[in-house]
Design a protein around this ligand. Sequence first.
Ligand code: NOJ
Length: 494
Amino acid sequence: MSLKVVVLCCLLATGFSDDEVNNKAFPGDFLFGTATASYQVEGAWNEDGKGENIWDHLTHTQPDLVDGKANGDIACDSYHKYKEDVALLKDLGANHYRFSLSWSRILPNGTPDKLNVAGVNYYKNLIQELKNNDIIPLVTIYHWDLPQVLQEQGGWTDDFIVEAFADYARVCFELFGDDVKYWLTFNEPKQTCLQGYGDGSMAPAIKESGVMDYKCTHNVIRSHAKAWHIYDQEFRSTQNGRISITIDTNWFEPDDDSAENEAAAETKRQFTFGWYANAIFNGDYPEVMRTRIANRSAAEGLSESRLPKFTDEELSYILGTHDYLGLNVYTSSIIKAIPEPEIGTPSYYSDIGVGEYVPDDWPGSASSWLKVTPWGMRKLLNWVKTTYNDPEIFITENGVSEDGSSLEDEIRINYYRDYLSNVRDAMDDGVKVIGYTAWSLMDNFEWMRGYTEKFGLYYVDFESQNRTRVPKSSVEFFKKVIATRCLVDTCEEA
Ligand code: NOJ
């Protein structure tokens, strides 16, 4: 048993953290870094030949959908300020930087018939600047900003997209692969599909829950597998990198330890994380999804399930398309069994058929969906280890929001410390966690919430033309964690 240290200061500072902080050092090769995504930080939305993407389109044509009618036209202006961003990362001592490539900045038509050299050079320069500063690039190929021209052909719900994504991924490997050793095909595909094509709360804001979200996912998984195979066959031997996908989930805690609530929580986990991970790690969609959706589809009078089926050939092509596992985690919720929802208009949530709630006394943040539940991190990591055959896990996002009213972001310091402590606990449990990525390097465009929810270690002054970056208190904290690999004053060696 390792000695644990109770950090009283945090109790006093926030009144909500009485967790014990793990006092073992993180291993020397553990990677600490921060993340951003192209549309959220780059700006320069129509500069130097970039094509329009679905977020440009949504924010310009339906501005009322976004808080404050905000958009990413300028955002943090990282397109022009990437050197400054890398200097911030250097100052933090970050081992890696996770950023994403904008498809329409590289291929303005969405297809390789036209390459935008200025856009390519932007990413080459950014990668070179990271290299010059010994910071490892962790590159996401797709973080939600589909070229609008491809959306107009049906986007992720049309089969053509699989070839289109594969072509785009190949271009990325060709252009940047000599200097990129960690790739991610997709960021949080559940948000792309469920929110983009299911409940309509993200671009392209289509509302066809229980149908189009499944179709989208089917194509995303096939696209992921194809990109992995392209990398494996055409690039791995010369570029020697690793490629996977980043999947997000809450930790779903059962309401109590009754068998029915345990089963409900597991159903929710399978419908959320398993929807994407199971075919890639274990083969096919989770059994509970296949059965429930088939049964409900039949009860609706449909001749086949709303959940598409992979062919046998596809199943074996998809299985094993991972070199590690990317995991985004922020929060938890409580799940309980409920009576079977009535048959009616199809919906992903009725297909799951469980109740979900968040207790009133869980500490909150500036985001309604994000409660501070560090204990969920350890439980989730252990569940992922057991369910997906003990993969190496790279935590590719974790973080908390505030409203930007103060640079003294105690909430973020406590959040990082307590979540990281649970990561370290999970490593003690035997979970193979290889890295941790704080979301986010700086405040940025938080999708439909515009600039109202701030996730940054650095504050960004969106009123100033210069988009001035200012460190919050959490910068000193995170810097010390990276330098010492330790969450308390003195650590036991790993
Ligand atoms: C996950 C997404 O990948 C990122 O784009 C978003 O800003 C954060 N979560 C916070 O909501």
